[in-house]
Design a protein around this ligand. Structure first.
Ligand code: NAI
Length: 329
């Protein structure tokens, strides 16, 4: 029986993966710890590892995995920036779940946007202490506003449809534009200068790290809202904080954060957070942070477990699918 080690296992991962391991006839061991240089020994004796966004799959980890005879790294997520693909090339196969529920992330993005513009996060706190004042809660309407979408892949397109439902004007940027003529592509500069709201839906690459930085923020409309449900490092957080403090940026809604791997997905409510940048960010009244939960719907979890299991079944049956391969830049 094939044996797989699932790292960074959470309560919410278990039901769907347990169902799949029974269905596909795999033995699955859940490890709560993340995969990294210190924990990689746990993978010894397994045929494959199943990892998530904040597991560290660098050269050192890959060297160990191959030494232990582990054949495959199955990402149970779409992004793969945490895997050193160059080290993996020709040594260990890397597969991912390219799409599980773009709608889950797109809907969460809209939930964040609506919360920010209608101050839902603040109203919730006020009414819980029976403060029914609505002072300072004046919002604005989304209808007619321009939203700039960076990345028109599966999630970007799902978010575009939601925005259109709200009567928003949608402009898009993507180095590989969709050719069906359904989207209004403009240069990146125009996204920055012409959007009331900017939403990031591209993968993190060497080229687009800190695509939101001091310079690009300076080009934005006053009061622009930034939405990031993609990857934290797309934004230079210090520059974002400066932009918010100078009131250039109207609000930031973040489901991801540059240094999230040390804090996200864990309960830190009774310890002192050492990350001053995160402390400053969270203390700002027009910043909403969620803890990389945009994907977290029942539908998405079932789909992730199914595709991951199917990826593993195909690989061991000699027909690899959803492989992520290293490409020279
Ligand atoms: P996708 O692969 O379907 O689409 C990505 C699009 O981004 C492609 O059209 C690509 O051409 C474009 N792109 C690449 N580089 C770009 C750049 N520099 N500027 C603008 N566009 C660029 O990916 P999908 O499924 O839409 O996911 C997008 C990202 O969302 C993922 O890479 C991942 O980082 C993030 N994500 C976040 C989740 C969450 O829970 N917060 C869950 C799943 C994905």
């Amino acid at each position: 029986m094939l044996k797989f080690a699932l790292f960074d296992a959470r309560e919410y991962d278990r039901p769907a993966f347990e169902r799949c391991s029974e269905k596909y006839g795999f033995a699955l061991k859940f490890f709560e710890t993340k995969l990294n240089e210190d924990t990689v020994t746990l993978a010894n004796g397994f045929d494959g590892v199943i990892v998530f966004v904040n597991d560290t799959v660098n050269k050192e980890v890959i060297d160990k995995l191959t030494e232990y005879g582990v054949k495959i790294i199955a990402l149970r997520c779409a992004g793969f920036n945490n895997v050193d693909l160059k080290s993996a090339k020709n040594r260990i196969t890397v597969v991912r779940v390219p799409a599980y529920s773009p709608q889950a992330i797109a809907e969460h993005t809209m939930a964040l946007l609506l919360s920010a513009v209608r101050k839902i996060h603040k109203a919730y706190i006020r009414t819980r202490s029976f403060n029914f004042s609505i002072n300072e809660f004046t919002g604005f309407e989304l209808q007619g506003k321009t939203v700039g979408i960076i990345g028109t892949g599966r999630i970007g397109r799902a978010f575009i449809e939601i925005c259109r439902g709200f009567g928003m004007q949608v402009v898009c940027y993507d180095p590989h534009p969709d050719e069906n003529g359904k989207y209004n592509y403009v240069p990146l500069e125009t996204i920055f200068s012409g959007s009331d709201i900017i939403s990031l839906h591209c993968p993190l690459t060497a080229e687009n790290k800190h695509i939101i930085n001091r310079e690009t923020i300076s080009k934005m409309k006053n009061g622009a809202i930034i939405l990031n449900t993609s990857r934290g490092q797309l934004i230079d957080t210090q520059a974002l904080i400066e932009g918010i403090r100078s009131e250039k940026i109207g609000a930031a809604c973040l489901d991801v954060y540059e240094e999230e791997s040390d804090v996200f997905f864990e309960d830190h409510s009774s310890v002192i957070i050492r990350d001053d940048t995160l402390l400053r960010l969270i203390s700002l009244p027009n910043v909403i942070v969620t803890s990389h939960q945009a994907f977290l719907t029942r539908e998405a979890l079932n789909s992730i477990a199914e595709t991951t299991s199917e990826n593993l079944r195909c690989f061991f049956g000699g027909k690899t699918q959803n492989e992520v391969e290293y490409r020279e830049q």
